[in-house]
Design a protein around this ligand. Sequence first.
Ligand code: DLL
Length: 431
Amino acid sequence: MLWNRIESARREDLQTLQLERLKDTVERVYTLTPFYREKFDEAGIKPCDITRLEDLQKLPFTRKKDLRDHYPFGLFTVPMSEVVRVHSSSGTTGKPTVVGYTQADMDIWDEVMARVFTMSGASSEDVVHNGYGYGLFTGGLGFHNGAETVGATIVPASGGFTERQLMLMRDFQATVLACTPSFALHMAEVASKAGSDYLKHYKLKAGIFGAEPTSKGLKEEVSKAWGIDYHEVYGLSEIIGPGVSCSCKESELLHIFEDHFYAEIIDPKTGEVLPEGERGELVITPLTKQALPIIRYRTGDITSITTEPCKCGRTLQRMESIVGRADDMLIVNGVNVYPSQIEHVIANAEGVTLNYQIIADKKGHLDKLEIQIEVSDEVMSDNVSEVEKIKKDIQSSLLNNLYINAAVKLVEPRSIERSMGKAVRIVDKRT
Ligand code: DLL
């Protein structure tokens, strides 16, 4: 089922629409934002030079730092009287990034989130349990409005209070769960304390998960623990919030809502646009944003894109699940490694759970990596030979598959602190 017929439009028609919208956006930022006018002038580009979609490559990138430098509202192109909502990033490293929405922007956000719900098989018949945090984070309210747009019953649970969330999910007979994958797994862990047949109390059929990089293994675990279809949603506040792309029933790749977001993949080092299928940094230009139009936003997220047709009938291009963040990539004694690759190794190991933390430190001039992983309940921590075997297996798998020499420390079940939102997987003590 499609929410909007545009999702299955002919690619030529989609590109014609994209070009028209791109021209408007470029004209808009050039006329209304001194920041972009200066950047374009420096690059010797005028809005009339954009005559084909590829011409976008002539335009400069926008980075998170540019938004921070114009904190809070410096890049908005409408008066505050037209801004009906603001959100922001958590700002753990310096000033937060603030984003704003006009009513037209809100309508687009509702529209793309309605597509996400429809793609995940949700409709007015469903009860959606929304465990994404409400507040400045875009997760809670983004999902909230999307669920209302399709007419579903929304339960605005927000994050935290696991036991109470489980009670509401049972009592209200929720059919769709929306939250971060790590929180979904944590909830399943708590729910399973009621006995191995805990699923009989729940009516969930699908989950819509995102906001953090997730390995295939963790997705499978969440899907199995709740007995549901796993749908992945991707997005970021600078572009709109959740709702940039979502996976359908046919594959794990995520359809990008290209009529609103133009995507490019670049080499993060050179900035050069890479051919279809190659992995690199995702760069997005929103094509219809009013309050905060952005040109070529460097997301920092590593993925690849394909235009191969999908069995679901949507013609929208698809991106693979985010492999990691360009700035999340750990360089351990010269070897590049993404946390999701480590997670993949853990997911395939025996005797451990997917609750882990990666700790990077220095010993003299050398990098030292320790991976703390919770053993599963069945493993007896006093069975030294069993614990040693599990450790050895994981260590050699890390070495053989990822070429990293890491110390593995197995810890007791439930000893690593749980996050109610995005999981903290890396502690880098080197900086
Ligand atoms: O995380 C928006 C969102 C909310 C997406 C709920 C999905 C569900 P920010 O807080 O601005 O917005 O963080 C954006 O989160 O650049 C990615 O690094 C990461 N991220 C978002 N979705 C995914 C995903 C929201 N499906 C940053 N897989 C992005 C991996 C994701 N990482």
